[in-house]
Write a protein that binds this ligand. Structure first.
Ligand SMILES: NC(=O)C1=CN([C@@H]2O[C@H](COP(=O)(O)OP(=O)(O)OC[C@H]3O[C@@H](n4cnc5c(N)ncnc54)[C@H](OP(=O)(O)O)[C@@H]3O)[C@@H](O)[C@H]2O)C=CC1
Ligand SMILES: CC(C)=CCC[C@@H](C)[C@H]1CC=C2C3=C(CC[C@@]21C)[C@@]1(C)CC[C@H](O)C(C)(C)[C@@H]1CC3
Length: 418
């Protein structure tokens, strides 16, 4: 269907050229990281020691395993949910319904993996399959994004996202045209954002821990910390699953290659980079340093969770006693903005907490290599860019009230610095 007439959202990521470059650059970066983590020098910058041939990338066993994984997560998504939540109001005033059973999917997956391992499933063999698995995940992301792009051609105009209707096929393919592509109750974006990639990430971490125990007799303290921190992060995301319904990805961004690839390939295969690095580059870690790193992670988590929960509680019910005493600014839309509590400290306190946790995930890997700090560097860039996008949208939405908020809370992410 033709895109609506009228003012269009400004093009992001450098427009069609930038989008075309990212289509190649993102998968290339992911493979570079996978190869670097298993190489001796583990260099973040500079070419990998050797390039893999097709036989190292393509494996029918990996394809089968990957399809079985997607099938399992889809089946768990379709199981009866403890709750069905309503999303934000859409342009046509309707609200979509979403099953809240992500945490249940995580627990059931853990049980099934536990059963499999006790029946002889070689979990420690998974790290050897990361390259071909990442390859089929990338192929899936391309094919799936093509399907999403075609599906959007026949979707009603009201179902399209503001950012993905430039009319340029490459740009729209990358950013995504349809806001909430679904087949019946199955919401593709919501499913992909929280299930196969996020749960796959902790499974890959666990497999790397098992492999380390096989190689060295027991997992290292550094490996335990990375596994524990990231499991907490994923468990938290699934426990607070409903909160994702108010994030930018669900309410504003279309579902195209960027999110499809990000969700199903980038997250599991690059977010597990620290554990991949530790398997081949063991790092000594004493108890005092480990305790300090745990404290950093705990501070980050406290800020991240406190800020996200405060906003969600406020958005759901501003008279909830937990947020009713906070200072607010009224906006012309009828919605209010918090101007005290976490959201009075900086304009994105949740990003600050997330970044502090990112630092804690890299520190167990020592300071001899830059590679395990890739996540921290990438994530800083992602959040700075995301913050700028969000500010633009908020200024458009709230106008003068947003300007007043920026005046009262001048720092974006880090108090007195940025
Ligand atoms: N690990 C990863 O790879 C990633 C993690 N994240 C994490 O995801 C989480 C969600 O991030 P994201 O969706 O970007 O953004 P936020 O959860 O920060 O949501 C931004 C929205 O919050 C509302 N808001 C902003 N300021 C206020 C205020 N003062 N009072 C009340 N509402 C306000 C506005 O929406 P409205 O007014 O319409 O409600 C704004 O658009 C974050 O914790 C982030 O760190 C994000 C990206 C990647
Ligand atoms: C480089 C590239 C391919 C970018 C795509 C970005 C995506 C990887 C991220 C966009 C927003 C995300 C969120 C999470 C994971 C990464 C992506 C998909 C998230 C699910 C992680 C867990 C958090 O608790 C969260 C639920 C708040 C978060 C939501 C946003």
């Amino acid at each position: 269907m033709a895109p609506p007439e009228g003012p269009r959202a400004p093009l992001e990521f450098g427009g069609p050229l930038g989008a075309a470059a990212l289509l190649l650059l993102l998968p290339a970066t992911m493979f570079h990281l996978l190869l670097a983590a298993r190489s001796g020098p583990a260099r973040l910058l500079g070419p990998p020691a050797s390039l893999p041939g097709l036989e190292a990338l393509w494996s029918p066993r990996a394809l089968l395993l990957w399809l079985a994984w997607l099938g399992l997560q889809a089946a768990l998504y379709l199981l009866p949910a403890r709750k069905v939540a309503e999303g934000q109001e859409l342009e046509d005033k309707s609200r979509l319904r979403y099953p809240i059973n992500g945490f249940q999917a995580l627990v059931l997956t853990a049980l099934l993996v536990g059963l499999g391992v006790s029946a002889g499933l070689p979990l420690g063999a998974l790290p050897e399959m990361l390259l071909p698995l990442a390859f089929v995940a990338t192929l899936t992301a391309f094919i799936f994004s093509l399907f999403l792009y075609m599906k959007a051609q026949v979707a009603p105009v009201s179902a399209l996202a503001p950012g993905g209707i430039s009319g340029n096929p490459i740009y729209d393919f990358f950013l995504g045209r349809e806001l909430n592509p679904r087949i019946c109750f199955f919401d593709f974006k919501y499913f992909c954002e929280l299930r196969p990639g996020l749960i796959g990430w902790v499974l890959i971490n666990l497999a790397l821990l098992v492999k380390e125990a096989e190689l060295r007799g027991s997992p290292s303290l550094a490996m335990w910390l990375v596994n524990g921190f990231q499991l907490l992060y994923v468990g938290d995301a699934l426990w607070h699953e409903e909160a994702i319904l108010t994030t930018m990805d669900i309410t504003h961004d279309g579902f195209g290659f960027m999110l499809a690839f990000g969700d199903i390939a980038w997250v599991p295969f690059t977010y597990s980079l620290q554990a991949q690095f530790l398997l081949r580059h063991p790092q000594p870690l004493g108890l005092p340093m480990a305790s300090a790193i745990c404290l950093i992670n705990a501070i980050g988590y406290y800020i991240f969770r406190g800020a996200n929960s405060q906003k969600n509680t406020f958005r759901k019910n501003p008279s909830d006693p937990r947020v009713a005493g906070l200072e607010t600014i009224s906006t012309a839309t009828g919605r209010k903005l918090l101007v005290s509590g976490w959201w009075g400290m900086v304009r994105h306190p949740n990003y600050l907490g997330d970044l502090i946790m990112a630092l804690a995930w890299s520190l167990p890997c020592g300071v001899s290599h830059l590679l395990p700090y890739f996540y921290l560097l990438y994530f800083t860039a992602l959040l700075v860019h995301r913050e700028a996008r969000d500010e633009r949208q908020c200024l458009q939405k709230y106008g003068l009230a947003w300007q007043e908020y920026c005046r009262r809370v001048p720092y974006r992410i880090v108090p007195y610095i940025y």
